[in-house]
Write a protein that binds this ligand. Sequence first.
Ligand code: UD1
Length: 360
Amino acid sequence: MKLVSVVGARPQFVKLAPIHKAAVAAGIEHVIVHTGQHYDPMLSDVFFADLGIDDPDVHLGVGSGSHGVQTGAMLAALDAVFDEHRPDWVLVYGDTNSTLAAALSAVKLHVPVAHLEAGLRSFNRRMPEELNRVMTDHAADLLLAPTLVAVDHLTAEGLADRTVMVGDVMTDVLFEVRDRNAGAVSSLLGELGLEAGGYYLATIHRAENTDDPVRLAEVVEGLSGLDRPVVLLAHPRLIARAAAHGIVLTSGSLVAHAPLSYPELIAAAMSSAGIVTDSGGLQKEAFLLRVSCTTVRRETEWVETVQLGWNVLADSAEEIAAAVARPRPARTDAAPYGDGNAAGRVIAELLGSADRSVAR
Ligand code: UD1
């Protein structure tokens, strides 16, 4: 079987790692296509190096642009790639512009498309990610859902017959890196003179928090007023928007820092007193590591983290301060994100489906 994975943005490289490992173990021909949506080394190259992913076979070098320009450039380039490789499956990941472009190009060429992390919904149609995931789910042939909640969403949209629950591949990679990291101390402690448990770790990059100056100022005010140092791992989008709006990212408790590699991020999260983020992945990683999380959004796709008490949504500066100061959540053994073996199930499903289509 020939599988083409299309990735382009940081969280997709993390999800690609366990899939690539499982594909190699199964003897599948796995072609990796990087759209170039993320091109800074700390958002791209380090993930391939640290997580043992082979270099991309194809690099489209698309780069930044408005949604239409970026998605359109990917679409134009991907047609030729899929035509050349004619894979049994194209696998698309998550909810970025790279996901939508690859799904659209492949489905129109009648190449079967599988969507990893299908069925997540925020029900906020102003988020580009929500539009990307809804359109990708409705275009794809096979919907690989990470959770029961995701399966329910797909069922409600009439997509049950294309849906398979496989678990969450981010659990696979997180458990592996956590165990490999065991005992390692975050390099942030020495570098910034911090103590374990003496700081919060923060990331902010969503368009709805960064692009409006009033909104970004409110988020920065909330973070800078917290009662311990806040290490803000600044995404290029945040740096660019803060500079454009004249907002300082080093006020009060804030300590701005470059993004971290995946193993460094996990080590920094494990040593922190809590996480404040608008990232989807980090909310879940916090839960899996049992670190308290405050999510700077009005809704989340990962509702289980909130229901289990490990994540609190906070919008205003006051809400952020109150959520961060809350007592440590109650212990839980719940495992809504699977057992760390999702990637093997994804590959088995693709192989099984590929065999079924041959038999037809
Ligand atoms: C994208 C995804 C988002 C995901 C995030 C992870 C979409 C619509 N959004 O958001 O869902 O959570 O990746 O990080 O696909 N930039 C750089 N260097 C880079 C990449 C981006 O400087 O390597 C800057 C550019 O100024 C660019 C801006 O960041 O305009 C936004 O980048 P883009 O890839 O469009 O979206 P993200 O905000 O990274």
